[in-house]
Design a protein around this ligand. Structure first.
Ligand SMILES: [Zn+2]
Length: 442
C-alpha cells in the first residue's frame, strides 16, 4: 500500500508547494529542504502540514531571545511536525466543542466507524505510566488520553533531502575535484553529497571488514552535525575514517554551537516516544508513530536511515517504512551552485489552518526591535502552542510555567526517562529555557 502511495505523497507535497505564494520560498540560486506530513485514511491522502527550512538558532541567539517566542529549530522536518501538532490540537478542540472530526474520536464518547478495529499505528503498545498522574492546578485529578485517532489513520513524513545527522553518513564513491556535481560544502549546513553506493542485500556495516567494492576508492558522505560531548566522537580521519556512526549530534551551523539536536536524532526520539510530544501526550490515548518516511532524493541510503532512526537505539524503536521517491524532484533541491535559503515557511491545512514565513525563528516582516509584540511570534512557537493546548485542556489553564505544563503527562515522563537511560549521551535539556510564564498569554 505505502509503496503505491509513495509517489502520490511526494507529489501532493510538491504540488502544494508550487501553488504557494513566493513569500518564504527560496530565490534563484538558493536551496532548501521541503518536508510534508500526510495523513492516510480510507485510501485517501490528506496533506496536513508542509514546511521548508535549513536553519536553526545558535546557542547564543537562543539565550538572547525572549523564551518561548522564537522557533529554535527551523529545519523543515522539525517545523512540519510542529505544524502537525497544531493541526491535531485543532482537531481536538473541534471535538471538545462538539464538532465533528473525520479523523479523531473522543475516548468513551463514541464508537469508531464499523469495521474491524485495526491495531494501533505501528502495531505498538502505549508506554506504561509508572506513577499516578499529578493533580491539576485546580486540584482535580487529570485524565490522560481523552482522544484517539480513528482506526486506520496513518501518518507519512516526506522530505526532499535525507535528514541531517546520522542518516546522512554513508559510504560514497570518491569524486574527483573537477567533477562539479553535488560535492559541496553548502553554506552552514556543511554536508558533502556524493554518489551513494548501491546497497546490496548482503552489504555489511561491519567497519572492520573490507569494503565490498575493493577497487573503488570510498569516501564518507559527511554531515556538518557535530557529536555531542560525552559520547563517541568523530575520528575525522581520511575518507571513510572521517565519521563515527551512531552518536547523538547537534545540528550543523557556523559560529556558536546550536543547542538543537540533528533531525536524525529527533526522528529517532519520535520513533521511540511518538511524534505527539509531551504536551499532546496528555490528550492522546496512545502515542502516535509515523508509518513511513519518504525521502525524495537520490541521496538516500536505506542502511544509514535504518541505523539512524532505529538500529542504534538499544531498546524498542518503531521503525517506519523507509522509502525513496525519485520520480519527482524538488525544484529547490541542494546543488553545488546554490546557497542555503535563510527563509522558511510553514503551512497548516484545514479550516483554521495558516501559512507563515519566517526568518531567524520569527515571522518575516518584523524588525528585531519589535519582537516583544506577540504578532511577530509563530503560531507554533512554544507560547502559542501552550495557549492552544490550554484551550483544549482547560483544567490545566492555571499552570503558569511552560516547564510545568510540559511535565504533566506521567506516561510520557516515564517513557522519556527510559529513553534517556538507553541513550546516556543524550544531552540534558537546559531547564531554564523552558522556565517562562504562560499567564501573559491569557
Ligand atoms: Zn535537519
Amino acid at each position: 500500500m505505502i509503496e503505491e502511495n509513495c509517489e502520490k505523497i511526494a507529489r501532493l507535497c510538491l504540488d502544494k508547494f508550487k501553488k504557494l505564494p513566493k513569500q518564504g520560498k527560496p530565490t534563484a540560486g538558493q536551496w532548501t529542504v521541503l518536508a510534508g506530513l500526510v495523513l492516510e485514511y480510507e485510501n485517501r491522502l490528506h496533506l496536513i502540514s508542509l514546511a521548508t527550512g535549513t536553519k536553526c538558532l545558535s546557542g547564543e541567539e537562543r539565550w538572547k531571545a525572549a523564551k518561548g517566542t522564537i522557533l529554535n529549530d527551523s529545519h523543515a522536518e522539525i517545523l512540519v511536525r510542529r505544524g502537525f501538532l497544531y493541526w491535531l490540537l485543532l482537531q481536538f478542540k473541534l471535538k471538545e466543542e462538539g464538532g465533528e472530526s473525520p479523523f479523531v474520536i473522543k475516548v468513551g464518547g463514541e464508537e469508531p466507524p464499523a469495521g474491524d478495529k485495526e491495531p494501533p499505528i505501528g502495531g505498538v503498545e502505549p508506554p506504561v505510566g509508572g506513577e499516578d498522574p499529578p493533580a491539576g492546578a485546580s486540584g482535580e485529578e487529570l485524565l490522560e488520553g481523552k482522544f484517539e485517532l480513528r482506526a486506520g489513520v496513518r501518518f507519512h513524513l516526506y522530505s526532499s533531502h535525507p535528514p541531517c545527522g546520522d542518516a546522512s553518513i554513508f559510504n560514497i564513491h570518491e569524486q574527483p575535484e573537477s567533477n562539479g556535481t553535488e560535492r559541496t560544502d553548502a553554506g552552514d549546513v556543511n554536508e558533502n553529497i556524493g554518489d551513494p553506493l548501491a546497497i546490496t542485500p548482503k552489504q555489511t556495516t561491519d567497519e572492520n571488514k573490507e569494503p565490498p567494492l575493493k577497487k573503488l576508492k570510498l569516501d564518507t558522505n559527511r554531515t556538518g552535525a557535530k557529536c555531542v560531548l560525552g559520547g563517541k566522537m568523530d575520528p575525522e580521519g581520511e575518507g571513510v575514517q572521517y565519521h563515527s556512526t551512531g552518536p547523538i549530534r547537534t545540528k550543523p551551523g557556523r559560529g556558536d554551537r546550536t543547542l538543537s539536536l540533528s533531525c536524525s536524532d529527533k526522528i529517532l526520539k519520535w520513533n521511540v516516544l511518538g511524534i505527539q510530544g509531551s504536551l499532546l501526550s496528555m490528550l492522546v490515548k496512545e502515542p502516535i508513530f509515523l508509518s513511513s518516511i519518504i525521502i525524495g532524493s537520490r541521496h538516500f541510503n536505506l542502511e544509514s536511515c535504518e541505523r539512524a532512526f532505529s538500529g542504534r537505539y538499544p531498546g524498542t524503536a518503531h521503525l517506519p517504512n523507509l522509502l525513496q521517491c525519485m520520480e519527482v524532484e524538488f525544484e529547490y533541491m541542494k546543488t553545488d551552485d546554490r546557497v542555503p535559503s535563510h527563509d522558511s515557511l510553514l503551512l497548516v491545512t484545514g479550516e483554521q489552518g495558516f501559512k507563515e514565513a519566517y526568518v531567524s525563528g520569527f515571522k518575516q516582516g518584523w524588525s528585531k526591535k519589535k519582537l516583544s509584540n506577540p504578532k511577530s511570534w509563530s503560531l507554533v512557537s512554544q507560547k502559542n502552542m501552550a495557549k492552544l493546548f490550554k484551550s483544549v485542556y482547560p483544567s490545566l489553564s492555571n499552570i503558569d510555567k511552560y516547564s510545568d505544563l510540559k511535565h504533566t503527562s506521567a506516561a510520557y515522563n516515564k517513557a522519556k526517562a527510559d529513553f534517556k537511560a538507553n541513550m546516556p549521551s543524550w544531552p540534558p535539556k537546559d531547564t531554564s529555557l523552558a522556565n517562562f510564564s504562560l499567564l501573559d498569554m491569557e
